[in-house]
Structure formats: C-alpha cells, structure tokens
Design a protein around this ligand. Structure first.
Ligand code: NAP
Length: 300
C-alpha cells in the first residue's frame, strides 16, 4: 500500500550527517517527500517553545534528528551545554512530536571493556560527559515515545564539517611525522552509509506504510581497526588519488601518550545484527566508503 507524499523535518541540518542527508535526498527513495531541513539557526532543539511551535506549524510525518552537541573533549567542561542539547533537546523533540522520530546516538555510550562487538542491548556505561549526555538523550526519548528509532553510529566522517579524515589529510600535508593512537579499536562510518540506512528505514515507513522500526539499532562500516590503522588507509588512498604528494611517517602511540580531557572507549565495535535483520541494508566496505569520501575532496 502506498502512502501519499509526506513531510520530513531534519533537525541539525547544518552538521556532517545533516548535509549528507540533504545532498542524498533528491536521488533517494524519499525524493517525493518534502524535506524541511532546519539548521541550528532555524530551530534550536534546546528551546522547547520553538520546537513545539515549529512542529505544530509544519505537521511533519517523520522527524530525523541529526542535531547534537558533539564536542567530546569540550563537553567535559561544558556539561550543562551538552545535556541541554543531547538530553533536554531530544526530550523536547519527543514531547512535541506527533509522528515517529528517528534519532542518532553514539558508540561512546559504552565503556570499551568488551572484546566482542556490542549488541544493541549490551550494558551501557559511558566514560565521559558526551557519552553520558547522549545516553541520557536515548533514555529521555525511549521514555517518552514508543515510535522512536535510535541508530547508534561510530567514528563518523564525511566531506563536510570537521572529522578525523579531514584532520588527517591536513596534518599529513603539513608534517613529516604524525603520531596516532593505536590502542583504541572501533569502526569508521561514512555519513553517506549512515544516511543510506536512515533513508531505507524511513522509506519503508513513508513509502510502504510500515511502522518505523523502533528501539535501538547500530550502524557502522564494519571495520575493526585502530585510529592508527585508519590513518594508514587514509594516507594510502590519498597518495594513490594524488591528494597527498608526499608520505608522512605515521607513528603508532598508546592513548597514554595522547592525553585528552575526555576518556574514550578502548573498544567500541558494535554489532549490526538488528540492522541486517530488520532494515533493508547490506554490509558496506569501510575502504570503499573512504574512497568515495576522498573522491569528493580534491584538496586536504
Ligand atoms: N561525529 C562523530 O564521530 C559521531 C560518532 C558517533 C555518533 N555521532 C552522532 O551522530 C550524529 C550526527 O553527528 P555529526 O558528526 O553530523 O555532528 P555535527 O557535524 O557536529 O553536527 C551536529 C549539528 O547539530 C547542530 N546543533 C548543535 N546544537 C544544536 C541545537 N541546540 N539545536 C539545533 N541544532 C544543533 C550543530 O550546529 P552548530 O555547528 O551550529 O553547533 C551541527 O550543525 C550526532 O547525534 C552525533 O552525536 C557522531
């Protein structure tokens, strides 16, 4: 059964994921649905009154929340700001929405003590303020809405905004040597791959009339690598593509040699079991996703 075209609100539209979703929309299975892309200046999700009047006026059929406080280290000294957006902001969306809501969360809800991929229902224990505020947002959402879907993702990067890939390309073009942490294991995820999963889940609901899948899902590009491994692959591909002209010596270091305000999980690989079982998505290649991202950038 086909539903008539609907309206989708995207909050946090100015971020990495938001910009990727906007770019992908016209060619996607959701193209006949209107996307109302709201940046932070259009709608501050921490402002309950603004959220309420925006949703009442726009009457969306689906809300995708890509807005978040994402400054992991700064969050340690700005806990109020992190919680205002990542917990209260998400609660505001939940309280004002009369339609399903798709929200994005993080691998930083885990403590990194595991040695096998975290399942969707694995125990959470964030190590820092950012992860704790994101977990509080998950809980605020699930307590308020039965029609909410949460996709946790990890090590997100894209051609937009600030991320590890762009930082590496810049530093590799400027330096002869670079030290990279080699004892944190996780899975890079391109915003393109995550956005494709979001579109797939949303289109089942908006195009095919199915309920939006609810509860917690995990999505990444499936690697089990360290930041050092990721940096090596970035350099290899960038040299091959001519985006870097000379090799920078990459030196693996332990986390203890690169102290940061926030502690990070030593292992944050997440199982995608539910995504594969319940969403129309297939495994992506993390190297191919990186190649695609690099092809969209010509200069570091
Ligand atoms: N980046 C990662 O490595 C990573 C890893 C795992 C999970 N995630 C999650 O993935 C999602 C997307 O992340 P991303 O990398 O696309 O983040 P991002 O690039 O930092 O984008 C977040 C966007 O949210 C906006 N925002 C912040 N506070 C807001 C508010 N009060 N109201 C409305 N918008 C607000 C930001 O605007 P300003 O720039 O103006 O502040 C920014 O445009 C987030 O939920 C994040 O927690 C990210």
């Amino acid at each position: 059964m086909s539903k008539s075209s609907g309206r989708v609100i995207l909050t946090g539209a100015g971020g990495q994921l938001g910009q990727t979703l906007i770019g992908l929309w016209p060619e996607s299975a959701l193209s006949r649905h209107e996307l109302v892309a709201l940046t932070r200046s259009d709608l501050d999700i921490a402002d309950a009154t603004a959220v309420q009047s925006s949703f009442a006026a726009l009457k969306p059929d689906l809300i995708i929340n890509a807005a978040a406080y994402t400054a992991v280290d700064r969050a340690e000294s700005e806990a109020d700001a992190a919680y205002a957006i990542n917990e209260r902001g998400v609660a505001n969306l939940a309280e004002s929405s009369k339609c399903p809501l798709l929200h994005i969360s993080t691998d930083f809800v885990f403590d990194g003590m595991a040695s096998m991929p975290y399942s969707e229902d694995a125990a959470t224990r964030p190590l820092g303020v950012y992860g704790a505020s994101k977990l509080a947002g998950e809980n605020a959402l699930l307590a308020r809405k039965s029609d909410a879907m949460i996709i946790r993702t990890s090590w997100l990067y894209s051609e937009h905004g600030a991320n590890f890939v762009k930082t590496m390309l810049k530093l590799m073009s400027e330096r002869d040597t670079l030290s990279i942490v080699d004892d944190q294991i996780g899975s890079p995820t391109s915003t393109r791959s995550l956005a494709t999963v979001i579109v797939s889940a949303a289109s089942k609901h908006l195009n095919d009339g199915h309920e939006l899948p609810t509860g917690i899902f995990h999505w990444s590009d499936g690697a089990v690598i360290t930041w050092f491994d990721f940096a090596c692959e970035i350099q290899k591909q960038a040299l091959e593509a001519g985006q870097l002209t000379s090799r920078c010596e990459l030196i693996p270091i332990p986390t203890s040699d690169y102290p940061t305000p926030a502690r990070r999980p030593a292992y944050s690989v997440m199982s995608r079991r539910r995504a594969f079982a319940e969403l129309d998505c297939s495994a992506t290649s993390w190297q191919a996703e990186l190649t695609r991202c690099l092809s969209l950038r010509t200069r570091p």
